[in-house]
Design a protein around this ligand. Structure first.
Ligand SMILES: Cc1cc2nc3c(=O)[nH]c(=O)nc-3n(C[C@H](O)[C@H](O)[C@H](O)COP(=O)(O)OP(=O)(O)OC[C@H]3O[C@@H](n4cnc5c(N)ncnc54)[C@H](O)[C@@H]3O)c2cc1C
Length: 610
C-alpha cells in the first residue's frame, strides 16, 4: 500500500495546482494519474485565461460578466473568489515562466472573448493550455512531488455511515495500467479529485477519449451529490468530422460566421444584435443549429467560420495552431477558405458539489477543476473562465486539504443544504437505476475502523471486479458506450424535448442492463485499453443518467439548457441548483438555492441578451 498525506487524482491544470499548494503547505503529496501529466486534456486548451489585469478593468466587472454568462445560476461567493484571485494567480503563472503572448511594449496581451465586457483573455498563441500544463508540471518536478503515472483510479475508499456527511474518505484503489496490479493509496489527510470532464458521454465532442467523468462517477457512488448536471456546454465551433475544437479566439480576433446563403446570420437574422459572433456560446450554438435545421446550413450539417480577412501575418502570429487543426483534421486551408464548423459537446458546467475550499460533504474528500461544481459557471460557462478556475480552486483545495486554516466557506454542501425535494422521472423504474456493480461503493467499517483496512477492503473488491471482467464471457463495452453516446447526442443535446429525454432515459436503462453482462475480451495485463474502456463505460452510463434526469426535471430554459416545452427562464421557480445523489440504493433529486448575494453586490437577475 502506498501512503501519503494528500493524494491528488489527476494531473491536469487543477491537479497540478492542487499538488503544488498542498506541498507548499508542508504535506507529503502524491499525484495519481491515468495519463502522463502533460497528456492531460488541459493541454488542448487553445484560447486563453480570463483575468482583470488592466487598470480600466476590474474583478467586479469580470464577476458581473460571469454571473450574467451563467444566466444567474452561479453562486456569487464562488464567482467573486474566481475573479478576484485569478489576477494574482495569472501573475504567479507569469513568474513561473508561462510564455504569455505580449504587446510591443512587453505587457501581457489580452483579447476579447464571448460574453466579456472587456478584452481580458490572456493567452499564449492558440496553445494556451499546452504552455500552462508544461509551466505547472515544471513546478511539480522542481518540488519533487511524486507522480504515479498510468495508474487508473477505480474507486474511492470511503466509510459506510448512513449519512454521507458522516463518512470519511481514506484513499483510493487504483489499477496499474503498465502491469495489471491493483493497489491501495492511503491518504492520511485527504483525497483531491481533479479528473476533468466527461465529453465521452456524447459522440460529437471536443474532448479527448480519456474524458470519461471518472471522478464525478466515483464521488457519486460514494454519496456526494452531483450538482447541475443538466448544464452541458456545446461549443459552436467544432470541426464536423472529428469534433476537434476551433477556438473562440478566432471569433475573438474577428472571425465571422456565415450560413449557406452567405449571410452573417448572428446579426442578419437577429440572434445577437450587439455582440454577434461574440455572444455567449449557448446563444451562438443555438443560432447555428437553427440555421442548419431551417435549411441554411452547408451540406445540411455545418456553417462557415471565416478568418481570411484577418490577414496572414495576424493569423500566423496569434492563430497559427488553428491553421494546422483545420488542415490536418478537415483538409481546409484557413488562409484561403472558410472553415466548416458546428456545435459539439465541450464542457460540463455541473459536477461534484464543493464549497469554495474544494471540500465535498464527505470528510477528507475534495474536488477541483472541471470535475467539480463550486458553481462559478452556473447554466453556461464563459470562454476563458475554466482555466482560471483550475488554478484558483485547485490551489484552495490543495491548501485546505493539507490543513491550512482558511476562511469558512459560504457555500453549503451535502444533503443538509437541501431546500426542496424534486421528482425523479417516472421513466426510470425504481431499482433499475442502480449504478453498475455498486455494492462496493462504500466500504464496511464505519469511521472508527482502521483507515488502512478500509482501503484494503476497497482494493480487494476492485481486484475481484477486475478479475471477473477479465475472466468472464459477455458483452463488449464498445456497443454499450456507442449506444449511450448516440442517445445522448440525439436527445439531450442543444435542443431538448420532454419526449426525447424520456427516450434517452429508457435507452440508458437498457445500457445499464447490458452492462451487467459486460466482459473484457483482451486478457492482457499490460496496457489493456479494452479493460480501461470497460471500467470507464460504467462511469459514462452513471453520468449520462444524471444529466438526463436533471434535464427532464428542469422545466425552464436557462443558459445551455433549452427545453421545447418551456421557452422562458423562470426565476420565481428555478433559481436553484439541481442535486442528484446516490446513497446505497436510493436515488435522490433535490434542490439548493442559488446564492446571489456577493461581497460587492447582490446580482439581481436581468434579461440576458448580447
Ligand atoms: C479543446 C478544448 C479547448 C479548451 N480551451 C479553453 C480555453 O482556451 N480557456 C479555458 O478557460 N478553458 C478551455 N477549455 C476548458 C478547459 O481546458 C478544461 O476545463 C480544463 O483544462 C480541465 O482541466 P482539469 O485539470 O479539470 O482536467 P484535465 O486537464 O482533463 O485533467 C484530468 C486529469 O485526470 C486524470 N484522470 C482522469 N480520470 C482518472 C482516473 N480514473 N484515474 C487517474 N487519473 C485520472 C487524467 O489523467 C488527467 O491527468 C477547453 C477545453 C477543450 C476540450
Amino acid at each position: 500500500m502506498h501512503e501519503h498525506d494528500v493524494i491528488v487524482v489527476g494531473a491536469g491544470g487543477a491537479g497540478l495546482r492542487a499538488a503544488i499548494a498542498a506541498k507548499e503547505e508542508g504535506a507529503d503529496v502524491a499525484i495519481v494519474t491515468k495519463l502522463h501529466p502533460v497528456r492531460s486534456h488541459t493541454g488542448a486548451a487553445e484560447g486563453g485565461i480570463n483575468a482583470a489585469l488592466q487598470e480600466e478593468d476590474s474583478w467586479e466587472d469580470h464577476a458581473y460578466d460571469t454571473m450574467k454568462g451563467s444566466d444567474f445560476l452561479g453562486d456569487a461567493p464562488a464567482i467573486e473568489t474566481l475573479t478576484k484571485d485569478a489576477r494574482e494567480d495569472v501573475i504567479q503563472l507569469e513568474h513561473w515562466g508561462m510564455p504569455f503572448s505580449r504587446e510591443e511594449d512587453g505587457t501581457v496581451s489580452q483579447r476579447p472573448f464571448g460574453g466579456l465586457s472587456y478584452p481580458r483573455t490572456t493567452y499564449a498563441g492558440a496553445e494556451t493550455g499546452h504552455h500552462l500544463l508544461h509551466t505547472m508540471y515544471e513546478q511539480v518536478v522542481k518540488r519533487g512531488i511524486e507522480v504515479y503515472e498510468e495508474w487508473y483510479v477505480t474507486d474511492l475508499a470511503v466509510t459506510d455511515e448512513d449519512d454521507p456527511e458522516d463518512r470519511t474518505c481514506h484513499g483510493v484503489a487504483a489499477y496499474d495500467i503498465k502491469n495489471g496490479a491493483v493497489e491501495g493509496f492511503r491518504a492520511r489527510d485527504s483525497v483531491i479529485l481533479a479528473t476533468g470532464g466527461l465529453g465521452q458521454v456524447f459522440d460529437h465532442t471536443t474532448n479527448a477519449v480519456a474524458n470519461t467523468g471518472d471522478g464525478q462517477a466515483m464521488a457519486y457512488r460514494a454519496g456526494v451529490p452531483l450538482e447541475d448536471m443538466e448544464f452541458v456546454q456545446f461549443h459552436p465551433t467544432s470541426l464536423p468530422s472529428t469534433g476537434v475544437l476551433i477556438s473562440e479566439a478566432v471569433r475573438g480576433e474577428g472571425g465571422i460566421l456565415y450560413n449557406a446563403e452567405g449571410e452573417r446570420f448572428m446579426f442578419e437574422r437577429g440572434y445577437a444584435n450587439n455582440e454577434g459572433e461574440l455572444a455567449s456560446r449557448d446563444v451562438v450554438s443555438r443560432a447555428e443549429l437553427t440555421e442548419i435545421n431551417e435549411g441554411r446550413g452547408i451540406e445540411d450539417e455545418y456553417v462557415h467560420l471565416d478568418m481570411r480577412h484577418l490577414g496572414e501575418e495576424r493569423i500566423m502570429d496569434r492563430l497559427e495552431n488553428i491553421l494546422h487543426l483545420a488542415a490536418d483534421f478537415e483538409g481546409v486551408d484557413g488562409l484561403e477558405e472558410p472553415m466548416p464548423v458546428k456545435p459539439g459537446q465541450h464542457y460540463q458546467m455541473g459536477g461534484i458539489e464543493t464549497d469554495e475550499n474544494g471540500e465535498t460533504c464527505i470528510e477528507g474528500l475534495y474536488a477541483a477543476g472541471e470535475c467539480a461544481c463550486v458553481s462559478v459557471h452556473g447554466a453556461n460557462r464563459l470562454g476563458g473562465n475554466a482555466l482560471p478556475e483550475l488554478f484558483v480552486f485547485g490551489k484552495r483545495a490543495g491548501y485546505h486539504a493539507a490543513g491550512r486554516d482558511m476562511k469558512t466557506a459560504e457555500i453549503p454542501t451535502g444533503p443538509s443544504a437541501r431546500s426542496e425535494a424534486g421528482d425523479v422521472s417516472p421513466a426510470v423504474e425504481p431499482g433499475a437505476i442502480e449504478p453498475a456493480t455498486d455494492e462496493d461503493a462504500v466500504a464496511d467499517g464505519g469511521q472508527t475502523a482502521d483507515p488502512t483496512a478500509i482501503v484494503d477492503q476497497e482494493v480487494e473488491a476492485e481486484r475481484e471486479r477486475i478479475e471477473r471482467l477479465l475472466e468472464d464471457d459477455g458483452t463488449n463495452h464498445a456497443d454499450i458506450r456507442a449506444d449511450v453516446q448516440q442517445t445522448m447526442t440525439e436527445y439531450v443535446n442543444v435542443f431538448r424535448t420532454e419526449e426525447g429525454i424520456e427516450t434517452a432515459l429508457e435507452d440508458l436503462q437498457d445500457a445499464r442492463r447490458d452492462y451487467q453482462d459486460v466482459a473484457v475480451e483482451d486478457p492482457s495485463r499490460t496496457f489493456n485499453t479494452d479493460l480501461i474502456h470497460t471500467l470507464e463505460t460504467r462511469n459514462i452510463i452513471d453520468l449520462a443518467e444524471t444529466i438526463a434526469l436533471g434535464a427532464l426535471a428542469r422545466t425552464e430554459f436557462r443558459g445551455a439548457h433549452w427545453r421545447a416545452e418551456h421557452q422562458t427562464r423562470k426565476d420565481d421557480e428555478w433559481l436553484k441548483h439541481t442535486m442528484i445523489a446516490w446513497n446505497n440504493g436510493d436515488l435522490d433529486l433535490y434542490y439548493v438555492p442559488v446564492i446571489l448575494d456577493g461581497e460587492s453586490k447582490t446580482y439581481e437577475p436581468v434579461d440576458r441578451s448580447y
